[in-house]
Design a protein around this ligand. Structure first.
Ligand code: ADP
Ligand code: MG
Length: 399
């Protein structure tokens, strides 16, 4: 789960991390009051969307102006103008894709006088099974280009979970960022604060870009991005409360209500599969035969009829879906339960695209009999290869 920059900064502030004063607003009418309360003389008006690259982003609508999604304002009036321009309009950045994201919230923040922009992030490093810091002196809006062109400027170090964060990690970070004297001391404290926040809140990623040195010699986090581990959210209800559903795919929200593992993709073949490994294999074989999956969907080992019905409805509601492949291995899940779920769903929502069903395992004969007796126009398949070819041919034939 991701949260907005202003929320991330509030979380980090609890751990003592230095962030600027700011106010989140939802309506342009609130911009002037927020700006006056902060006091100025310089403000930064920041679009809040779950995507980076906002500074260099562009709005789709001309009335939103052409200064990007993060703007420096020198008066209360300018803050207000920017707020009117940005709120409600669609910001396109390198991370949003061409469709962009509509801006529903702004963060108005004290402007900092920046001497240098640095980069610090923490992530779960699966290759070392440790939490790693990734840092660079080349922070700011071009970090991806730095990683690509001059990877030696990106420095990584891991924290041994047996010791946790130690003063030497702070010194390593300071050295990597070229910080000395009092700034190195600040870096030591910051290293500990960021790590503690990361572990306490079960984050999978924490990115500060830029971490700046201000002209008066202070370290400050000017941007913050946090992703939380989904499987740990149950122990952080206060973080779950920060979830912004407008940032998420409607189909994924619906799927999460039924505890389905669902990820929307761009292809044409809707997939309903049990088991993540089988789901991945199903997506691979669809690609092998020349089509693209419309989603990843794992209905889980012990899916109920209700869950199967919900999953089927989510797939058919996607206008990009031109064919559906159901690939179920009945282990804990019984093929007859699956068949009943599918038929219940088809009766409720109808079926306008070809449907290929491949069943195997517990009660497979009962399952096939239920589908055959239903009178539905279902193409049955014997194995995965056969199923993939049949659905790909059906979709191609319909074009
Ligand atoms: P994004 O990474 O989405 O482009 P940032 O929050 O990093 O958005 O802002 C982009 C740039 O704007 C930063 O690299 C920094 O130079 C400048 N900036 C952001 N916040 C402030 C601030 N409070 N004061 C001064 N400059 C800022
Ligand atoms: Mg940034």
């Amino acid at each position: 789960m991701n949260i907005h920059e202003y929320q991330a900064k509030a979380v980090l502030k609890e751990f003592g991390v230095p962030v600027s004063h700011g106010k989140a607003i939802f309506k342009p009418e609130d911009a002037a009051a927020a700006a006056k309360e902060l006091g100025g003389p310089i403000w930064v008006v920041k679009s809040q969307i779950h995507a980076g690259g906002r500074g260099k982003g562009t709005f789709k609508e001309p009335e939103a102006g052409d200064k990007g999604g993060v703007r420096l304002a020198k008066s209360v009036e300018e803050v207000e103008t920017f707020a009117r321009q940005m709120l409600g309009n669609t910001l396109v950045t390198v991370q949003t894709g061409p469709a962009g994201k509509q801006v529903h919230r702004l963060y108005i923040e004290d402007g900092s006088e920046i001497a240098t922009e640095l980069y610090v992030s923490i992530l779960v490093d699966r290759s070392t099974s440790r939490i790693s810091f990734v840092v660079s002196t080349e922070g700011g809006m071009d970090i991806e280009a730095v990683a690509h062109a001059t990877p030696e400027k990106i420095i990584t170090f891991a924290v041994d979970p047996a010791t946790g964060i130690m003063p030497h990690h702070g010194r390593t970070l300071a050295r990597a960022l070229g910080l000395t004297g009092d700034l190195a001391k600040q870096a030591g404290t910051l290293t500990e604060q960021l790590y503690t926040a990361f572990v306490t809140k079960d984050m999978t990623m924490l990115e500060i870009n830029p971490l700046v040195v201000t002209k008066d010699g202070k370290l400050r986090c000017l941007d913050a991005k946090i992703a939380f581990e989904g499987n740990s959210l149950y122990r952080h209800p206060d973080m779950v409360a920060l979830r912004d559903l407008t940032e998420e795919d409607d189909k994924e929200i619906e799927a999460s209500k039924y505890d389905l593992s669902y990820v929307a993709l761009d292809g044409t073949i809707g997939c309903m599969v049990n088991g993540a490994g089988l789901a991945m294999a199903t997506m691979d074989i669809i690609k092998l035969y020349g089509e693209e999956p419309a989603n990843f969907l794992d209905v889980g080992g012990g899916a109920s009829k209700e869950k199967v019905t919900a999953a089927f409805k989510i797939i058919t509601a996607d206008p990009n879906v031109k064919g559906i492949l159901i690939n179920i291995f009945g282990g804990i899940m019984k093929c007859d339960v699956l068949a009943e779920g599918v038929i219940a769903a088809v009766k409720e929502v109808g079926l306008n695209v070809p449907l290929v069903v491949r069943l195997e395992g517990t009660n497979v004969d009962k399952g096939k009999a239920i589908i055959n007796a239903s009178g539905l126009n279902v193409i049955s398949a014997d194995d995965l290869d056969d199923a993939a070819q049949k659905i790909v041919n059906a979709v191609k034939g319909a074009r």
